[in-house]
Design a protein around this ligand. Structure first.
Ligand code: GLU
Length: 490
């Protein structure tokens, strides 16, 4: 495949396809930025598709959070579930009929087959493969079922999934635009499930069908999807479709080079927004990842705007080795952007973020009954306006508890907070239940969390304060507390 000529007649259409499974991720912003630039540089279209077929991991509030985060960054999309477009619907849960129709085509042509294996049978196979140190693979039991067997199973009402029939021999090669040709032997490609027994498609089927029907010219996504690409290429072939170009971007990494994770860095865009990072600084920082900007822009300065990125960014320059998401650098860069604001703009920015009316009103409601002079406002509320709070051990350590067990319990609190809806009705019983199961009194339990959140033993009501402060920032505070305490022990 030849390099793309930005002036060619081909219509460039790219997409991001986030799954609404939780907070919007910095990785989505990174891939979003690259797709956005690619489209804007070529007078193309940038599409937002919501891949919500995994009902087990679906989070109802997540889609809106994705929209909000992308708007915050200014990565506006041309087509999507909220703005519509000629190739909708853009939410996969609204496209079930399309997937069923397409999987039917594959059944007809023999490129896919019904699999009646039960979960127990598959589990037994998986165990045997694990014991023999073999990769987990579908053993092919139903690949050769006769038409009569299939009909008998259907008549008996046996549940089934539909799998793709990966050729037993040979290999599939595709071109990755950053890496060159990549080959996968078919013996290493599993007979992927395409349609689940609940009638929902898997990612692979829905992704390929949608990319084709939405006329996507370039699939630009994270490198974790490279091993899925041979399956996708085989699907394009089975349908008789031309595959798009594939670009796999490096994964953002923690300092230790592991894949970026919330244990080592905040990964939620909600966090960055609420903690007061500026969208321009965030975009600039993401644009630095991987080296897509030529080094000589602005006399080798690392600062550039979205408009400058549209002008100069070149996806082909991106190095496939994982760029490190260096929070220290992001903070430095953010500081530079803050200093570059006029005082008026700086103040306006504060008033629309950390000093927004809505936030201040919520905080005021928590302390009105607890102060005698207005001057005490700050005494009870400073923790709402601080980036980091590190309580002294006299403040957080319950009597009769060791620092070690306290730290273990704080980690358990963190896990509960992560998994709980951010409402009073959910948080209070969840925390209490944790305390009961671990033998921590309500007082010890709540005092520890209060100390971590507020730095003090006295504060406005704890759970209400957590709700106003927000989930993303509360979790970050607990994580930082645990980190600092762990490091202080080393
Ligand atoms: N739904 C996938 C995700 O959440 C999309 C991957 C792709 O771009 O193909 O990342």
């Amino acid at each position: 495949m030849t390099a793309i000529d930005p002036h060619s007649a081909e219509e460039i259409r790219v997409r991001i396809a986030p799954s609404p499974t939780g907070d919007p991720h910095v990785g989505t912003a990174y891939i979003g930025l690259i797709n956005f630039l690619y489209a804007r540089q070529r007078q193309g279209k940038f599409v937002l598709r919501i891949e919500d077929t995994d009902r087990a991991r679906f989070v109802a509030t997540s889609e809106q959070m994705i929209f909000d985060a992308l708007h915050w960054l200014g990565l506006e999309w041309d087509e999507g579930p909220d703005v519509g477009g000629p190739f909708g619907p853009y939410r996969q849960s609204e496209r079930s009929g399309i997937y069923r129709e397409h999987v039917e085509m594959l059944l007809q042509s023999g490129a896919a087959y019904r699999c009646f294996c039960t979960a127990e049978e598959l589990e037994a196979v998986r165990r045997r493969q694990m014991a023999a140190k073999l990769p987990a693979r579908y053993p092919g039991t139903c690949r050769t079922l006769s038409v009569t067997d299939v009909e008998a199973n259907l008549a008996a009402g046996k549940p089934f999934v539909i799998r793709m029939k990966v050729p037993a021999h040979g290999s599939t090669t595709f071109r990755d635009e950053l890496r060159g040709p990549i080959t996968f032997e078919h013996t290493n490609v599993d007979d992927q499930v395409l349609l689940k027994s609940d009638g929902f498609p898997t990612y692979h089927l829905a992704n390929v069908v949608d990319d084709h029907l939405m006329r996507i010219s370039d699939v630009i996504r994270a490198e974790e999807w490279i091993s899925s690409t041979p399956k996708h290429v085989l699907l394009y072939q089975a349908f008789g479709w031309q595959a798009p170009r594939f670009w796999h971007m490096p994964l953002l990494r923690n300092q230790d080079k592991s894949k970026i994770s919330k244990r080592k860095n905040p990964v939620s865009l909600v966090y960055y927004r609420q903690a007061g990072f500026l969208p321009d600084a965030m975009l600039n920082f993401l644009g630095l990842m991987g080296g897509g900007m030529p080094a000589d822009i602005n006399n080798a300065s690392e600062k550039f705007t979205l408009a400058e990125m549209i002008q100069h960014f070149d996806v082909k320059n991106i190095r496939p080795a994982g760029p490190v998401f260096d929070l220290t650098k992001l903070r430095w860069l953010n500081g530079e952007y803050i200093r570059a604001l006029s005082l008026q703009d700086f103040y306006a920015t504060l008033r629309s973020t950390v000093l927004a009316d809505e936030y201040l009103t919520e905080i005021a409601s928590l302390i009105q009954t607890r102060i005698e002079t207005l001057g005490e406002f700050g005494n009870l509320t400073h923790f709402f306006f601080a980036d980091d709070i590190q309580p002294a051990s006299e403040v957080f350590l319950p009597k009769n508890r060791t620092p070690e067990e306290t730290l273990v319990f704080a980690a358990e609190q963190l896990a509960v907070l992560e998994a709980t809806d951010w409402t009073h009705a959910a948080l209070e019983p969840a925390l209490k239940q944790l305390g009961e199961s671990k033998g921590w009194s309500v007082k010890e339990n709540f005092m520890l969390l209060r100390a971590i959140l507020t730095g003090s033993t006295m504060s406005p009501p704890l759970i209400e304060s957590m709700i106003v402060f927000g989930k993303a920032r509360t979790l970050d505070r607990v994580r930082r507390f645990i980190d600092v305490q762990k490091k202080s022990k080393k």
